[in-house]
Design a protein around this ligand. Structure first.
Ligand code: HEC
Ligand code: HEC
Ligand code: HEC
Length: 120
């Protein structure tokens, strides 16, 4: 069998380059808007989670998804302080120890932190 003519090879690789440039790689999910958690019993105020504010601190989506939080609102289960203090949910990072760059994430059990998450 004869090899393809060089014009045919050039044509095929041209199409391949065009295809890679024009067709986007698997679309990334968009960053969701800030959202509030339903308040549990005795919650000292509504907690809003901001993807936008976390974006600069936790570079990769995999920092939270899907080991710590599922990627659909309300599917991880109710957030409780007991779970967080045990290092789950928000407490996986907010333990007063884990470092991000040169900053230590505030601790969920720290009296000074309550009002940073819970707004009246
Ligand atoms: C600091 C933790 C954290 C990081 C980092 C993070 N997320 Fe999330 N994400 C959450 C939480 C919390 C939820 C809600 C989970 C629940 O309610 O069970 C969520 C939910 C979502 C949802 C579902 C929204 C809905 O309406 O159902 C999408 C989509 C999502 N995240 C995309 C992303 C993408 C894309 C990135 C990276 C750019 C990212 N997340 C990074 C914490 C994070
Ligand atoms: C990193 C964010 C964050 C910090 C800091 C934080 N919480 Fe929470 N807390 C939450 C989230 C999220 C929920 C679930 C939504 C709700 O019930 O308002 C919650 C729920 C609660 C609840 C109701 C559910 C339960 O477990 O009993 C109480 C009470 C509570 N927090 C008290 C506190 C107190 C007191 C502090 C400070 C010592 C504090 N929280 C600090 C995020 C935080
Ligand atoms: C993967 C790690 C990680 C997880 C999980 C995480 N955070 Fe954070 N968060 C950070 C870091 C890092 C900062 C910046 C340092 C700080 O302020 O503690 C931050 C900052 C914040 C701030 C201050 C934002 C501001 O105004 O500058 C709030 C409020 C907050 N987080 C709430 C939450 C809540 C609520 C959850 C759970 C739904 C959560 N975080 C889960 C890493 C995380």
């Amino acid at each position: 069998m004869r090899l393809m003519g060089s014009w045919a090879l050039a044509f095929i690789s041209g199409v391949a380059i065009w295809f890679l440039a024009v067709v986007p790689v698997a679309a990334q999910p968009k960053i969701p808007a800030d959202f509030a958690f339903d308040q549990g019993k005795d919650s000292p105020g509504q907690v809003t989670f901001s993807h936008e504010k976390h974006k600069t601190r936790v570079e990769k989506c995999t920092g939270c998804h899907t080991k710590i939080f599922k990627m659909k609102k309300g599917t991880t289960g109710p957030a409780t302080m007991a779970k967080m203090k045990a290092g789950e949910q928000c407490g996986a990072c907010h333990d007063g120890k884990t470092k991000f760059g040169d900053k230590v994430a505030m601790a969920v059990g720290d009296e000074k932190s309550c009002a940073i998450c819970h707004k009246k």
